[in-house]
Design a protein. Structure first.
Length: 494
């Protein structure tokens, strides 16, 4: 299934390269700026027909250039405008200088702006070119506008949001609307940037798709276009073993619930059989709770080795509620020629010696999926976590490369990354997924996909997406039990 244009995510660096490619192919860059600025003006009139005045704040680069085009367009349409410039407009260059000249009036300096009720602010201070914290002069005005609670339409990005990482550099607008061009940037989707954009609109300003595609690396929004080709429609002659056999390891007698949540989710997500592997101490408590999920006593590494002779057990989930770190390490290393979702305690178990895990899964097809939240991620990848120059996407990809595993870096903005550099940002997860046992459910869904033979990256991305969908369907107030019950069939397009 081809990637939908709307699923493109383009970093600011890729966008600059695309601009250069567009210019080389004969596309007039000033026309692009004109289209961008006019789109902003049209959006402003559409969103705020009742505005008493549009206040356009223009910065020192091309984002400011878009602002001058918007100002000229709004002036022509006869609405009151005020234009305030950060820095000396005489120092503008290229297209921005031309946009300023064509507007043809004199801007006041930014420091002179006093927010007034009825003003609608068009934020054209900084866009994709923001490279350091916004200057104090801008920060003061941003705070004053926030204090007055004025509506803000951000051009490309709310000024202060880093388009690459979504992090706030110094101070940032909290926009009511953001108008961006051609494709979203990571900063529109990663936290906290996602919450600062308001309603986001993407305008096509005329760069052909063939030029966009050349420069887009492996990053996109998570969705069926990524993995539906690997989701097979159910074969009418299927029997349960053909639908994959997933095994989930239980924790001890007082911590069995998490593994059962994973197991139930795996069954509901489509694995033909799911077996809970339990040490003898927890067998009775598990037996008392299980119906469709099967139960098998696996007391120790010797018992696991015997069970592994059955190659029909096609994928494993290890970690939810598992507790025993030494056994977790041992089991994870024994499973290294099988497909494994390593979650929770399974990840934490390797805190002191992550290399032993990474080495075991190196070589061959990627078969390990790890599902860390922030805390777990920092335990296995402390140096990557501590590097402030990396975005969440960069961190997930670096971790995937190092560990030879698909990384599902969880959170409101879950990033799924593959050792080969592909990555996806998930956007369909409602905040009420932040509930105990939600991650266990996710591990089970991914396990089911692996058990059915999906490649690890697609299995993980599809799992995160179905988890988000199930959360939306179950609604606010859900518990992890409701979440498993709300898992919908895997959309198949092949
Ligand atoms: N293909 C596209 O996407 C197009 C993009 N356009 C606009 O161009 C923008 C990018 O333009 P630029 O690359 O000029 O970048 P910006 O306009 O975002 O600003 C960058 C300028 O500010 C300076 N700067 C960065 N951070 C600063 C800070 N904290 N304090 C002071 N100065 C700082 C930079 O050195 C640079 O000169 C986009 O956001 C978009 O609005 C449009 O003009 C149309 C075409
Ligand atoms: N604010 C949020 N918005 C959307 N999804 C969230 C949010 N917070 C957490 N999640 C998701 O909920 C799940 C929580 O998993 P985890 O932290 O392992 O919890 P648990 O161990 O309790 O199961 C993850 O899939 C995560 O991406
Ligand atoms: K902006």
């Amino acid at each position: 299934m081809p990637m939908d244009r709307d699923a493109f995510i383009i970093t600011p660096a890729e966008m600059s390269a695309i601009d250069r490619d567009a210019a080389l192919s004969g596309i007039d860059s000033f026309r692009l700026m004109t289209s961008a600025g006019m789109a902003v003006a049209a959006a402003a009139l559409r969103f705020y027909p009742e505005a008493l005045r549009f206040v356009i704040l223009c910065g020192p680069g091309n984002n400011g250039g878009d602002g001058y085009v918007a100002a000229a367009t709004l002036c022509r349409s006869g609405v009151p405008t005020g234009v305030y410039a950060l820095g000396d407009p005489a120092r503008l260059k290229g297209d921005a200088a031309r946009a300023h000249a064509e507007w043809g009036r004199t801007a006041e300096s930014l420091a002179q702006y006093r927010p007034k009720p009825g003003d609608v602010v068009i934020d054209a201070l900084f866009g994709a070119g923001l490279s350091r914290p916004v200057p104090d002069e801008a920060a003061v005005v941003i705070r004053a506008i926030k204090h007055e609670d004025l509506p803000v339409i951000a051009v490309d990005l709310p000024s202060g949001v880093d388009g690459r990482s979504g992090q706030v550099l110094g101070e940032s607008f909290h926009a009511s609307h953001t108008v961006t061009f051609m494709a979203r940037k990571p900063g529109h989707l990663l936290m906290p940037g996602r919450t600062l954009c308001g309603r986001l609109e993407i305008f096509d300003i005329g760069i052909p798709e063939r030029i966009l595609r050349i420069r887009t690396a492996g990053l996109c929004e998570n969705g069926p276009h990524l993995w539906a080709g690997h989701a097979r429609a159910l074969d009418p002659s299927a029997h349960k073993f053909k639908r994959g056999h997933l095994a989930v390891f239980s924790g001890g007698p007082l911590a069995t619930g998490a593994a059962r949540l994973s197991a139930m989710a795996g069954l509901k997500a489509g694995a033909g059989l799911v077996t809970l592997a339990s040490a003898s101490a927890a067998l009775n408590v598990n037996a008392a709770h299980l119906t469709a999920v099967m139960l098998k006593e696996v007391e120790d590494a010797g018992a696991l080795a015997l069970w592994l002779a059955d190659k029909r057990v096609s994928a494993f989930v290890l970690g939810p509620g598992f507790g025993d770190m030494e056994t977790a390490r041992r089991y994870a290393l024994m499973l290294s020629d099988r497909a494994l979702v390593l979650d929770a305690d399974g990840i934490t178990a390797f805190k002191g010696d992550p290399a032993s895990l990474f080495d075991a899964y190196a070589g061959g097809e990627t078969r390990l999926v790890m599902t860390p939240h922030d805390g777990e991620f920092a335990r296995l990848f402390p140096d990557i976590e501590a590097d402030p120059s990396l975005s969440k996407v960069d961190r997930a990809i670096a971790a995937a490369r190092r560990s030879h595993a698909v990384i599902v870096y969880k959170g409101a903005d879950t990033v799924i990354a593959s050792p080969d550099g592909r990555a996806a940002i998930n956007t369909n997860a409602p905040p009420w997924l932040a509930t105990a046992g939600s991650g266990d459910t996710l591990a089970g869904i991914i396990g089911a996909h692996l058990a059915q033979g999906m490649p690890a990256f697609e299995a993980a991305a599809a799992g995160v997406w179905r988890h988000g969908r199930a959360g939306a369907k179950a609604g606010e107030g859900l518990t992890a039990e409701d979440l498993a019950a709300a898992i919908e069939p895997l959309p198949a397009f092949s």
